[in-house]
Write a protein that binds this ligand. Structure first.
Ligand code: NOJ
Ligand code: CA
Length: 544
């Protein structure tokens, strides 16, 4: 793949995602906040983080924890004030950490002034959204929402509005130039405050080609009318040429259901759209079409998927977990005997791939899925909507409970475990979501005092990556391996590394390439010569 012409700062960066509500609470109301984040900047610096991606902190009624924005230019008072936000940006900057914000522009909250004016009949603002009359007593079309159920909700006036997510998140009409101008104004507002980039929420669904009925699918009927449309590409090109390129930014797209071909169109440097994107195919490795219905996870399949994407994109945004997915040790590792080894292995894998590594809060200490007792412990709007949809399909309670508890997004949203005290050092009050009982041994304090901990392994791996030209800018090539073992090389003009990942709980024979082991999650006395131990991660450097 051709080397890029000018080196962009984000190409060597390690990004850490903060889900503010669950990160650190400074005032005892049980909800994480911006002063809490500021208090942990030294921790993040010490970890080796270059960029923080902040999930939304804008004013919001919080039905989707901030992904329902009611004012793009205000801070949610639960999270702090605008002064707190400015302080966060400037303190982080002084420490060499950049802040990326979430840009949620497919929809607003239904409590946004624009939507409220629209509901009150203001024609200007009605055209900011999609209001349509029903057809013969039915909804305007047959589209389904990402959160289950119809994508249309009836207003008190008898007409309907479109929402691809919850009914509290009406979709903006990107055919309207006023919407473009409003959002450009919002972007400039934050860029002038010193924000270094945006993670663009649901960006490849923003432009609807038509509102015609869609082909019937179990999930997302209607998607052919809005996924990756030409209009979306054009909007991204305009954002890029008119605003983004004027600042030195990192622009990452969250792109649902994206294929490698589309991903190239969206993020190829020469096209001037996104810098990088998140794909989802690896997240769905164990799902049967919809994430709630799971099949057995097969490491070989994960390897095939990662390899495919490594070959397609020069700078994908790599991640193994985020606030919408279950914890990676539950997904791809082991939460029992090999919890520690598998968490370290996943760290090594994520940070060895070509692209920009994203670490999600708590991943660096091996946090596991929530230990919820029942659906009553779950707060997520998506889980509750799906529960309703499953009820309509006559799923019994025990089945709904099982499907939702193992897949709910709340699994990754439990508060960060800072220490082993009653509320894990997250809050002095009542945490908004149940804290996992395993805080007794999975927590930052305990792990920072143990040089063999997952946390210390993260530090080592981050440090290693920072000093490695092969990992930062080298080529990628997969090497033949036994099943469920992923071996690949990363190579620059001055460094060749062989990366070994045993994605199973068994010993695996290997062909040994290279000259010296430079990193391993097993000690020298523990490891074998021609085989990998369970969940072993190894980097072997080769003399070149
Ligand atoms: C993707 C976000 O990551 C998710 O949390 C949110 O619910 C939807 N987009 C809607 O904004
Ligand atoms: Ca708080």
């Amino acid at each position: 793949m051709a080397a890029s012409s000018t080196k962009k700062w984000w190409k060597n960066s390690i990004v850490y995602q903060i889900y503010p509500k669950s990160f650190c609470d400074s005032n005892g109301d049980g909800i994480g906040d911006i002063p809490g984040i500021i208090s942990k900047l030294h921790y993040l610096k010490d970890l080796g983080v270059d960029v923080i991606w902040l999930s939304p902190v804008y004013q919001s009624p919080g039905y989707d924890n901030g992904y329902d924005i009611s004012n793009y230019k205000e801070i949610n008072p639960e999270f702090g004030t605008m002064e707190d936000m400015e302080r966060l940006i400037s303190r982080a900057k002084r420490m060499g950490i950049k802040i990326m914000m979430d840009l949620v522009i497919n929809h607003t909250s239904d409590e946004h002034e624009w939507f409220q004016k629209a509901l009150a009949g203001d024609e200007k603002y009605r055209d900011y959204y999609y209001f349509r009359d029903g057809k013969n007593g039915r909804k305007p079309n047959n589209w389904g929402s990402f959160f289950g159920g119809s994508a249309w909700t009836r207003t008190e006036n008898g007409d309907y509005y479109l929402h691809l997510f919850s009914d509290k998140q009406p979709d903006l009409n990107w055919h309207n130039p006023d919407v473009y101008n409003e959002i450009v104004d919002v972007m400039k507002f934050w860029l002038e405050k010193g924000v270094a980039g945006f993670r663009c929420d649901a960006i490849n669904v923003i432009y609807k080609n038509s509102l015609d009925d869609g082909k019937k699918h179990l999930f997302l009927t209607g998607k052919e009318h809005y996924l990756n449309t030409e209009g979306c590409h054009e909007l991204l090109k305009r954002f890029n040429s008119e605003i983004w390129s004027k600042y030195k930014l990192f622009i990452v797209g969250e792109t649902a259901l994206v294929t490698p071909e589309i991903a190239k169109l969206l993020s190829d440097e020469s096209r001037g759209e996104l810098d990088s994107l998140f794909f989802f195919e690896h997240m769905d490795v164990d799902s049967r079409g919809v994430k709630w219905f799971k099949k057995k996870y097969r490491p070989n399949k994960l390897i095939r998927i990662l390899d495919k994407w490594q070959n397609v994109l020069e700078f994908p945004s790599n991640y193994l977990e985020n606030h919408d997915q279950i914890r990676s040790v539950n997904h791809f590792g082991n939460t029992g005997k090999y919890w520690e080894k598998s968490a370290k292995l996943l760290c090594g894998l994520n940070l060895s791939l070509r692209g920009v590594p994203f670490i999600y809060e708590g991943e660096e200490i091996g946090m596991t899925n929530g230990d919820f007792r029942g659906l009553r412990d779950i707060k997520d709007v998506e889980s509750h909507n799906i529960n309703q949809s499953m009820k309509k399909l006559l799923f019994v309670h025990s089945l709904r409970r099982k499907l939702i508890l193992r897949t709910s997004r709340d699994n990754a949203r439990t508060p960060v475990q800072w220490d082993d005290s009653e509320n894990a050092g997250f809050t002095t009050g009542n945490p908004w979501l149940k804290i996992n009982a395993n805080k007794s041994f999975i927590n930052v304090k305990t792990e920072s005092e143990d040089e063999n901990s997952i946390l210390c392994f993260y530090k080592k791996m981050i440090e290693f990556r920072k000093n490695s030209s092969a990992l930062n800018e080298g080529s990628y090539r997969r090497v033949a391996s036994p099943s469920d073992v992923y071996i690949f090389t990363r190579e620059s003009s001055s460094e060749r590394l062989y990366i070994y990942c045993n994605l199973t709980g068994m010993n695996k024979p290997i062909e040994v390439y290279g000259d010296r082991i430079v990193l391993d999650n097993y000690d020298e006395e523990e490891r074998g010569n021609n085989f990998l131990k369970p969940y072993e991660f190894r980097i072997i450097a080769s003399n070149i």
